[in-house]
Every structure is written in structure tokens, then in C-alpha cells.
Design a protein around this ligand. Structure first.
Ligand code: FAD
Length: 518
């Protein structure tokens, strides 16, 4: 718009949540590192209630379908089968192909039909909502904030994952939670502005590990395609050959206007490329039903061990262990921040004028961010500094309402101190008051929680009357089990649910609280 439409705002901090192409990130000059354009897709959003009903009634509906056949290669996502809301992601290869190639309703109908298979002969009525291109990247910003700790990147502005981990939204929300917690500390005067540099130091290593998991899972997802003889490397080679030949091809096209179109110099290259892709998919019809494909099978067996490949695919599809994992709780909630300031390492990358400069980062993560798994694969929830407090159901004595231990913490407080021993809570109140950070008799705005066993649920607790602490019942006994397992008698938790420090006993308290600084 014009200059008079411009609004000038003055603020102490900026949180840039402006997505993968973040203008703020570019203006600050923060570089991105990692791999760009692992693949490019056209996402076709359409709806058809009839089709949804039909697939549900025939038992053929799936949330996620990977389609490989002679006519198309696609990933079909049923966002809402009942309402008939779908997105089909079709890989395409720029610059020869573009998302515009899919904007035609007939093309989309052919793709939907190809995804449904040859046995589907009904008419398909559908509404085409949009066709958009998206690139699959595995990148993260070299720094999640500027050097003055006044401008912060969150969400896709700071990182982009292949969707194969489902990490994008979660990671973005955790960025925002982490940063909001730190900004609250600074705004309330408990921490200096420099404390905000911990945002980058805590979040970036976690994001790096998550990107690695998403990339590994993406490559794992390529195994069936490789067994089917589909190789992206071959496609890239074909594309570079066609690109090299493109000037000659365009000259030929001009000589034969009936087949070439002068207005679109890529046309001949595109026809050739599309034909090559089609030829590359031809053998996939051999993977249909055994009866109808006998001839193709015997032909394919002449070129490679088709029967063995078919058997291997069957194993992958049928064996859960070999499937594509879609849940990664150890990444989503099992990560651990290094919150010991002495061990935090500032490895912020370059901030320059050159904008996105795509390099692979080679430095190992600053510290292991995952807290590990149990032998049976369940995510191990630890009562250790930096970890998220484990979820345990608790019942409030006064209101009898049941809540998760995670909901004990909120942004309205600086810390939540949780213990099962009233004496420890009293000692903590006294000790926090002595800490230099404590101001205006706010006990560092700490909330105190006393967790007691069910055997004490009918007791009265003077802490409630004194308004020192809220009392909760450990209804399942899980809280006690965790404290025993980790030899913990009290935990001080940040508003973002991560543990600041743990106490084994009262004698720990004095030294640990004295060290509490930002
Ligand atoms: C195919 C696909 C599948 C995915 N699947 C999953 C999944 O299963 N699970 C998951 O967690 N994630 C998934 N993701 C990733 C997820 O969509 C993103 O990580 C998430 O949307 C990022 O949120 P964001 O708010 O950071 O950025 P965006 O969603 O990009 O939002 C940024 C917003 O900022 C606005 N904006 C930009 N510039 C300006 C400006 N100058 N002024 C004002 N506004 C501006 C934009 O219009 C946009 O609304 C998937 C992504 C794709 C492409």
C-alpha cells in the first residue's frame, strides 16, 4: 500500500511467526541451513461427500494412502472422510513441470480416478478448492533470534520439516510457549534481556534432532518406491538431459508449429518429460492383481527379480514394524533442554545481509536433547532438569476436580514448586524469599503444590488455610512412583512445564536456590 497506509509501531520485542518465507527473518539477515527442495508437490484440495460415503461403505477409506500405479504417484490424505474433504499431494518436477499443470478440473478428475484404481467406474462429482505448490525442506535458521535478543523467530519462520514426522505445528507451538515463558520472566523483572538468548540455545538443538528424525523417516518412506524401481535420481538425470537439449528441442518445435507452441517454449521439453515419467511408471501395472498382470509379470521378471520385489513390498505393507511410523512422542514431549547456564553453549550461526544461504550444518547438537525410552518403547518421562514434567492425574482436595500435573503450571507464575512434604514447601518459601531475585515479597511469584496420597484425602491441611499451597491427591500413586524412581522430593517447574531444578532432600535446597539465576 501507500506510505499513508503504513502504521509505525514501537515495541521492545518482535515475535516473527510469518511462516517459511519469513520477511522478518530475511530483513534481519538470519541464514537458513539444511536441505531445500527434497521434493516439490502440488497439493490438490477437493471435496466430495458422495465419494466419502462410497469409500466408507466399501471399507476402502484410509486416512493416508500412498498410491503408486501406472497412471499416477500420489499421497492421498483424507482430512475428513465423512464430509468428503481430501488433499492429494502429487510430486512434480520444476522447472519443466509446475503446479499450474494441475489446475484443470479434468486433470484433477483423472488423478482422483487414478488414485481410486481401475475398479472404480462411477461418476465423480467433486468441488475443486485449490491447487498449490509446496516444497519439502529440512532447514532451520542459524539463529532463532537477532543478536540483541529483540527479534525472535517461531514456527516455520525458524524451521521447516518434511511432513514425515508431523513436527511442524508442535515445534512451532513449543517455540511460542518457551519464548512466552522467557518474555514473562523479563517483563516481570526477574531476568535481564540477555536471558532471552536461551531461547535459541534451548530450542535450536531440539529442532535439529527433530529435523533429523523427519528426514530419516522421509527416506524410510522412499524404500517402497525404490523397491518398485522408482528412483528420483533417474528423474533428475532425465530432467537435466532434457534441459540440455531444450534449445534444440525448441528450435525443432518452431519448425513444426502443429506440434510445438511458440508461446510456450517449454512445451516440447514438457511433452518429452511427461512421456518419460509415464514410461517410468509403466511397469507398475505389473503390481496389480496376479491374474490380470501375468504377462507383465513374466516380462518384468526378465529385467529384474520382480517376484522378490513384490514379496518384499508385501512384507513391508503387512509388517507393522516395517511400516512408516507416524508418532514420535520421544521427540514431541520427550526432549530435554540444557537449562544449566554454565553448560549452555552459544553456537549461534551467522547473521548476515546475504539472506538465505543454504548449507548443511555439521556441528553436532550442543547436548543430547532426548531423555530416552523405556525398553518397551514407551517414552521415558523423567523428573530431571530440562525435561517436561510427566503427566499424572491429580484431584484437587477442595473442588474435587481432576487435572493433569502438566496443568499445574501456567504463565501467570514464574515457577511452580511441587512436593509431597509440607516441611519442604515451608523451607522452599523461606529460601526463595532470601534469593536476590525475589522482589516485592512475591516469592518469585511461585505457586506451591502439595501432592498427598489417597490415604490423606480426608485430612485438613493448614497450608490451604494459610494460602501457601494448593493440595492435590495422587489418585493413581503415579506421582509417588515417579519420585521414588528418580529419588526426588520436590521439583521447581517453569511455566512452559519444563523442570528448572529437582531436590532430593531438604539439604539440597539452600545450595540449589542460591544458584538460581538467569
Ligand atoms: C503437506 C503438509 C503437511 C503437513 N503436515 C503436518 C502435520 O501432520 N503435523 C504438523 O505438525 N505439521 C504439519 N505440517 C507443517 C505445518 O503446516 C506448519 O509447520 C505450520 O503451519 C507452521 O505454522 P506457522 O504459523 O509457523 O506458519 P504458517 O502456517 O505459514 O503461518 C504464517 C502466517 O503468517 C502470515 N504472514 C506471512 N507474512 C506476513 C506479513 N508480512 N504480515 C502478516 N502476516 C504474514 C501468513 O499469511 C500465514 O498466515 C505440514 C505441512 C505441509 C506443507
Amino acid at each position: 500500500g501507500s506510505e499513508k497506509d503504513t502504521v509505525v509501531l514501537e515495541c521492545s520485542h518482535i515475535v516473527a511467526a510469518d511462516g517459511a518465507y519469513s520477511k522478518v527473518r530475511r530483513d534481519v539477515g538470519i541464514c537458513m541451513s539444511g536441505e531445500r527442495d527434497l521434493e516439490t508437490f502440488a497439493s490438490i484440495h477437493f471435496s466430495s461427500t458422495e465419494l466419502g460415503k462410497k469409500l466408507i461403505s466399501t471399507g476402502n477409506g484410509a486416512m493416508l494412502s500412498f498410491v503408486f500405479n501406472e497412471e499416477t504417484i500420489a499421497v492421498v490424505v483424507a482430512h475428513d472422510m465423512r464430509k468428503g474433504d481430501w488433499v492429494i499431494h502429487v510430486p512434480f518436477f520444476p522447472p519443466i513441470q509446475s503446479a499450474k499443470d494441475f489446475e484443470n478440473k479434468n486433470v484433477v478428475e483423472n488423478i482422483i480416478r487414478a488414485c481410486l484404481g481401475t475398479s472404480f467406474t462411477d461418476d465423480i462429482n467433486f468441488d475443486l478448492h485449490s491447487v498449490r505448490a509446496w516444497g519439502m525442506h529440512a532447514t532451520r535458521a542459524d539463529s532463532f533470534s537477532d543478536l540483541d535478543n529483540r527479534i525472535f523467530l517461531v514456527g516455520d519462520a525458524a524451521h521447516q520439516f518434511p511432513p514425515s514426522g508431523g513436527f511442524g505445528v508442535n515445534a512451532g507451538l513449543v517455540d511460542a510457549h518457551n519464548l512466552a515463558c522467557k518474555l514473562t520472566f523479563v517483563k516481570n523483572g526477574f531476568a535481564p534481556n540477555s536471558y532471552l538468548s536461551n531461547y535459541d540455545m534451548e530450542r535450536r538443538p531440539v529442532v535439529e534432532e527433530a529435523i533429523q528424525v523427519a528426514v530419516d523417516n522421509y527416506r524410510r518412506g522412499l524404500i517402497p518406491a525404490k523397491i518398485l524401481g522408482l528412483d528420483r535420481g533417474v528423474v533428475s538425470s532425465a530432467m537435466s538431459v532434457i534441459n540440455t537439449l531444450s534449445p534444440q528441442l525448441n528450435k525443432i518445435a518452431k519448425l513444426y508449429p502443429a506440434t510445438g507452441n511458440e508461446a510456450d517454449p517449454l512445451n516440447v521439453s514438457k511433452i518429452m518429460f511427461d512421456s518419460l515419467l509415464q514410461a517410468g511408471r509403466f511397469h507398475l501395472n505389473g503390481y496389480g492383481s496376479e491374474k490380470s498382470t501375468f504377462d507383465t509379470r513374466s516380462l518384468l521378471n526378465k529385467f529384474y527379480d520382480y517376484d522378490k520385489a513384490r514379496q518384499r513390498l508385501k512384507e513391508i505393507v503387512e509388517n507393522k514394524e516395517e511400516g512408516l511410523p507416524l508418532l514420535f512422542p520421544h521427540i514431541d514431549i520427550g526432549f530435554k533442554y540444557c537449562i544449566d547456564p554454565a553448560r549452555l553453549e552459544n553456537t549461534r550461526g551467522t547473521i548476515s545481509e546475504q539472506g538465505d544461504n543454504i548449507l548443511s550444518w555439521t556441528s553436532p547438537p550442543h547436548h543430547r536433547t532426548m531423555s530416552g525410552n523405556y525398553d518397551d518403547g514407551r517414552t521415558r518421562c523423567s523428573l530431571r532438569p530440562g525435561c517436561i514434567i510427566p503427566h499424572v492425574y491429580l484431584r484437587k482436595t477442595q473442588t474435587k476436580s481432576t487435572i493433569s500435573s502438566l496443568d499445574l503450571c501456567n504463565l501467570g507464575t514464574t515457577f511452580t514448586f511441587i512436593a509431597s512434604d509440607l516441611k519442604l514447601i515451608r523451607a522452599m518459601v523461606a529460601e526463595l524469599k532470601k534469593n536476590p531475585l525475589h522482589k516485592e515479597n512475591k516469592t518469585l511469584m511461585t505457586k506451591f503444590i502439595l501432592i498427598v496420597p489417597t490415604s490423606q484425602q480426608n485430612n485438613t491441611f493448614d497450608v490451604e488455610a494459610l494460602d501457601i499451597a494448593s493440595v492435590f491427591i495422587d489418585i493413581s500413586g503415579d506421582w509417588k512412583a515417579l519420585c521414588d524412581e528418580w529419588d526426588v522430593s520436590g521439583v521447581l517447574v517453569r511455566p512452559d512445564q519444563h523442570i528448572q531444578l529437582v531436590l532430593s532432600n531438604e539439604s539440597d535446597l539452600v545450595s540449589k536456590i542460591a544458584q538460581l539465576s538467569f
